[in-house]
Design a protein around this ligand. Structure first.
Ligand SMILES: Nc1nc2c(c(=O)[nH]1)N[C@@H](CN(C=O)c1ccc(C(=O)N[C@@H](CCC(=O)O)C(=O)O)cc1)CN2
Length: 297
């Protein structure tokens, strides 16, 4: 029987596990603060920032939010970033991706104070991660690692195929999984749009991570018997529903489910973990800035 991985349950355990750290910080009068910045009105991004703000409220993190008009000049966004860098109540913040076309997201990231970069996207934090000394692991890759850990899925010596080479998921996850750490030691293949015979690479993997943003690209014929399937994709596909769309992953769940030993659903798989690990990074940022040791889940 295929195990359906419950990302909501693992995320809830992470949130519960942050309570002690948040109380330890409160004892010295420090309340972790997270700011979200949304430029433009992308509907999916609006949903994600709203969810992030709700998560903050639930665990006792102070949420701040800044909306920047989609047609505002880059300087307006940079001013917001400068303000957040200077705001002592904000221990961490993020600029929701994607940004409008006239904005260079790399330049935006470079302006974020690396100590407040709870997405882990700043070049300094990327360098630390690659060097095996991460300050903030990016939220989705860290969430994937926590899911594997929660379900006792050992990466030691495992062949992992990651489909997708994004800055947010594919590259950092590959880096983390090859490291000598407890939740690493895997042999990783990273596939992308120019990969020849993708099915061969995914079929030979013990763990397949789909993070490519193409709805249902990976089907059951591309999954080896008893492989673990981690679906990072959250794609909105037009459908005759109340909202006018439905959420589907990068994996064709029905057919992959027939081959896999364990699989993450969409929704309710990796998505909630991305949000939980953002709270984790925020608490870690607060603990580093306030110089208070806390224990993290
Ligand atoms: N600055 C960032 N931008 C983006 C990131 C990121 O980590 N930092 N990742 C993605 C989007 N993302 C986080 O912001 C994200 C994606 C999905 C979910 C989530 O909870 N999904 C739910 C379904 C939500 C829904 O109803 O639409 C699920 O899968 O169950 C949270 C965060 C790109 N941008």
């Amino acid at each position: 029987m295929t195990e359906i991985i419950d990302g909501n349950a693992v995320a809830s355990e992470i949130r519960d596990g942050l309570t002690d750290a948040i109380e330890t910080l409160a004892d010295v009068g420090a309340r972790p603060g997270l700011a979200t910045v949304l430029m433009g009105d992308d509907p999916a991004s609006q949903t994600y920032v709203n969810m992030k703000q709700r998560d903050c409220e639930e665990v006792g993190i102070e949420g701040h939010h800044v909306d920047v008009a989609g047609d505002a000049p880059a300087d307006e966004l940079y001013e917001t970033i400068d303000d957040l860098n200077d705001n002592p109540d904000v221990h961490g913040y993020l600029v929701q991706d994607p940004v409008p076309d006239h904005i260079d997201y790399r330049e935006v990231i470079r302006r974020i104070d690396p100590a407040k970069d709870v997405d882990g996207f700043h070049p300094e934090n990327v360098g630390r991660l690659v060097a095996g000394n991460a300050r903030f692991r990016p939220c989705t890759p860290h969430g994937v690692q926590k899911i594997l850990e929660a379900y006792d899925i050992d990466t030691e010596g495992a062949d992992v195929t990651i489909v997708g080479r994004s800055r947010i998921v594919g590259k950092p996850l590959a880096n983390l999984l090859i490291q000598k750490a407890e939740d690493g030691n895997a042999t990783v293949t990273v596939c992308h749009s120019r990969t020849d015979d993708l099915g061969e690479k995914t079929r030979n993997a013990d763990i397949v991570v789909a993070a490519v943003g193409v709805p249902e690209l990976i089907d059951g014929s591309m999954i080896g018997d008893n492989a673990v399937v981690i679906d990072v994709g959250v794609n909105r596909v037009e459908a005759d529903t109340e909202k006018g769309y439905e959420l589907v992953g990068d994996v064709d769940f029905e057919s992959a489910n027939e081959r896999a030993s364990a699989i993450t659903p969409v929704p309710g798989g990796v998505g909630p973990m991305t949000r939980a690990m953002l709270l984790y990074n925020t608490v870690k940022a607060a603990s580093l800035q306030e110089e208070i040791d806390v224990s993290l889940p």
